[in-house]
Design a protein around this ligand. Structure first.
Ligand code: SF4
Length: 356
């Protein structure tokens, strides 16, 4: 990118065109009913890595249970994780709750409206901070994420790798220039809508684009070649035998995951890593690690799950035990009905179907 990038870019006409389009075409989204900073915050956290259609029912459910920062601050973490169940990236929920607790304790329940205080809250990065300040508080702050960079890589014809931090920083610098100072709230939301509905990752619909005449990539016919983004590393595959262990009363064993790391504090069926372990040794491993005697039974199926940096490949086996009591604190016997009370990651929710 060069210093000349914004030269000959007609900022005021661009603002007019995009705001005009937004006024007539804005999406009717539940968090747009008012500009409540708490609602904007929750919606932006939910929308990270997640599509709008998926988020909407979760947003309603969340607001129903925790309509104010006070309700969320006081809630039990397991309850919050249960409400978030299926949405993925669970650290978002935990960070959100601890940040909201800080808002209650330090700021009398009012979401801060200045970049320093807001940005110091857990889980509030530069994008979320900019989104809250602009959408809820109408401050001309950039909210630059992957969608934003895709749209502006094309409009400004930026041919640099958007996965680099310094390129994101440059986009933020440009946005301070380009963002509407009169209506930054609508401006940022307009770009979000443009990226979601018209300037999409694949096959952007340039024919319907309200800012087509400003778009340098379109003028050169290279819109599908932008943005430039280095490929992510391939995810590592981890193989497990996941166990549906039942006792003679028909109860099943579940395990709480550790307090930190992937899927922290969520519940799952016991998983035995088998990258370097033969199936033959699974029973021994369970005895040593969990202190439970099991008899491995038939294979019930296979479940795969893709995280951002790794893939799980779970071979699901039924197993039985004669024990009724468990000595390991993180294990628990529950009935099939009680499974509903615990937050499980999606892969293990799928395993529940194999129980029946
Ligand atoms: S003209 Fe095409 S590439 Fe350019 S902003 Fe519009 S939709 Fe995106």
């Amino acid at each position: 990118m060069s210093e000349n990038t914004l030269q000959s870019f007609n900022i005021s006409r661009f603002q007019e065109d995009i705001l005009d389009w937004y006024e007539k075409n804005k999406r009717d989204l539940p968090w747009r009913q008012d500009q409540d900073p708490y609602k904007v915050w929750v919606s932006e956290i939910m929308l990270q890595q997640t599509k709008v259609d998926t988020v909407i029912p979760y947003f309603y459910k969340f607001m129903d249970k925790y309509p104010t920062v006070y309700d969320l601050a006081e809630a039990d973490e397991q309850d919050v994780l249960k409400t978030w169940e299926g949405l993925g990236y669970y650290s978002r929920a935990r960070n959100l709750q601890s940040a909201v607790r800080e808002v209650v304790e330090k700021y009398d329940g009012v979401v801060p409206n200045n970049p320093e205080e807001l940005g110091s809250l857990k889980g509030v990065g530069s994008y979320t901070r900019g989104a809250i300040l602009s959408i809820a508080y109408n401050q001309p702050e950039p909210a630059v994420d992957g969608n934003f960079m895709r749209v502006f890589s094309r409009i400004l014809k930026v041919e640099e790798d958007i996965s680099k931090a310094k390129v994101k920083k440059l986009f933020e610098d440009y946005m301070y220039e380009i963002i509407s100072k009169e209506d930054p709230s609508s401006f940022n939301q307009a770009i979000m809508d443009l990226g979601a509905t018209i300037c999409t990752p694949k096959s952007p619909m340039c024919m319907f684009c309200p800012v087509q005449e400003h778009c340098r990539a379109y003028a050169e016919g290279i819109e599908e070649e932008l943005p430039i983004k280095s490929k992510k590393k391939k995810q590592k595959v981890k193989r497990y035998v996941a166990l549906l262990v039942r006792n003679e009363k028909g109860q099943v064993i579940i395990e709480q995951r550790p307090e930190s790391g992937l899927l922290a504090n969520l519940w799952q069926f016991p998983m035995v890593p088998v990258d370097n372990l033969e199936l033959l040794h699974v029973e021994n491993w369970v005895r040593k690690e969990y202190g439970v005697e099991i008899d491995l039974d038939e294979k019930r199926g296979n479940v795969k799950h893709v995280f951002s940096h790794l893939k799980w490949n779970l071979d699901v086996y039924a197993a039985s035990t004669k024990q009724d009591v468990l000595e390991n604190d993180r294990l628990r016997f529950v009935t099939i009905e009680e499974l509903d009370e615990y937050p499980f990651p999606v892969s293990h929710q799928k395993m529940m179907d194999l129980l029946k």
